[in-house]
Design a protein around this ligand. Sequence first.
Ligand code: NAP
Ligand code: GDD
Length: 323
Amino acid sequence: MAKRALITGITGQDGAYLTKLLYEKGYEVYGLLARRSTDTLWRLRFLDVLDKIELIDGDMTDVSSLVRVMHKAKPDEVYNLAAQSFVYTSWYQPILTGQVTALGVTNLLEAIRQTNKEARFYQASTSEMFGLIQETVQDENTSFYPRSPYGVAKLYGHWITINYRESFDMFCCSGLLFNHESPVRGIEFVTRKVTDAAARIKHGKQKELRLGNIDAKRDWGFAGDYVEAMWLMLQHDKPEDFVIATGTTTTVRDMCRIAFEYLDMNYEDYVVIDKKFYRPAEVDELLGNPAKAKKLLNWEPKTDLQQLIHMMVDADMVRVSKE
Ligand code: NAP
Ligand code: GDD
C-alpha cells in the first residue's frame, strides 16, 4: 500500500519540492490549500506535480478545517511547512505571524492527536530561532535568541512540537533548517530578489537593485537537498530534532557578486543601499553544523552556493526573456 502524506504549505517553495520528492517515492500526496484570490499553484506547475496530488481546502488558523483535512487525507506522515515565513513582514503583521506560524502548529498537532496520533509529524523549525547567535557555529544544543516576531513564533512552534512528543508519545520531529533557496524561491527573499534583478538588468529591463544590509551572512543551501532531510527525519527510528545546513556562511554582498559575475557584470555598478530594506533588529550571521544529520540520517548537502545561484540566475534569465 502506498504511504500517504499531508503537506501544509504545499504551494510554497519547500512544499513544491517535497511534493515532487514524495511523489517520486510512490506516496499519495495531499496538500492543504488556503483560499486566496490569486493563483498560488505556479510552483507545483513549475515542478510538474500539480496533476499528481490532491489539494484540500483549509487554513492553519481554522482547526475545524484541519480536522476535516486529517479525516480526508488519512496521512501516515504530516509535514507542517505552512507559515507566514517572511521575516521582514513579521514586524508589520506580528499578530497574524503568531496566529499562523505559532498557534497554527498547535492547531495542527491537536487535529492530529484527535484524529490519528500515530501519524508522524514534521515541524519546519528554523535557524532564525538562533537570531542573536550565542555560539559561532550553531547546532542542536545551541541556545536560542530570536530577533523577530517570526523567530519568536517559530520558537513557540518548535517547543510545542517537543511538548507533544513528550506529553502524548507522538512521533514529532523538528528540522532546524538554515536558509535554503531555489528557482521557485519567493521574490521577496534576498537571493531571488538578486537573481531576478541580475536577469532583468542583463535584459535591459531594470537599471538598479535596491538592497538593505548586504553585510549580513547566511548559510545558504538548495531547497531540493533540504526536503530530503525532512523525509529522512520521519523515516528515522525515533523522533528527534536536526540541524540542516551546509556548514558554510557567505555575505549577501558575496552572493550578489556570484550572481552578477555569472552574467559578466559587476554588482557594484548596480546595487544601491536603501534603508527601507533594513530590519528593526537584524540576524547578522548564521552558520550551521549539520554533523548530527550526517551521522544519524546520512544526509549531506549536494549543491554549493555557486551552483545554486547559477541555477537560479538561469531560471530567471528564461523567465525574463519570455515576458
Ligand atoms: P513559503 O514559500 O513562504 O511558503 C509558505 C506556505 O505557507 C505557502 O504555501 C503558504 O500558502 C502557506 N500558508 C501561509 N499562511 C497559511 C495559512 N494561514 N494557512 C495555510 N497555509 C498557509 O515558505 P518556504 O520557504 O517554502 O518554507 C517552508 C517552511 O519552512 C515555512 O514554515 C518556513 O517558515 C520554514 N523555513 C524556511 C526556510 C527557508 O530558508 N526557506 C528555512 C527554515 C524554515 P500561500 O501560497 O497560499 O500563501
Ligand atoms: N529580503 C531581503 N531583501 N533581505 C535583504 C535585503 C533585501 O532587499 N537586503 C539585505 N537583506 C538581508 C536581510 O536583512 C537578511 O539579513 C538577509 O538578507 C536574508 O534575508 P531573507 O532572504 O529575507 O531571509 P531571512 O534570513 O530573513 O529568512 C529566511 O531564512 C530563515 C532561515 O534562517 C526565510 O526563509 C525564513 O522563513 C527562514 O526561517
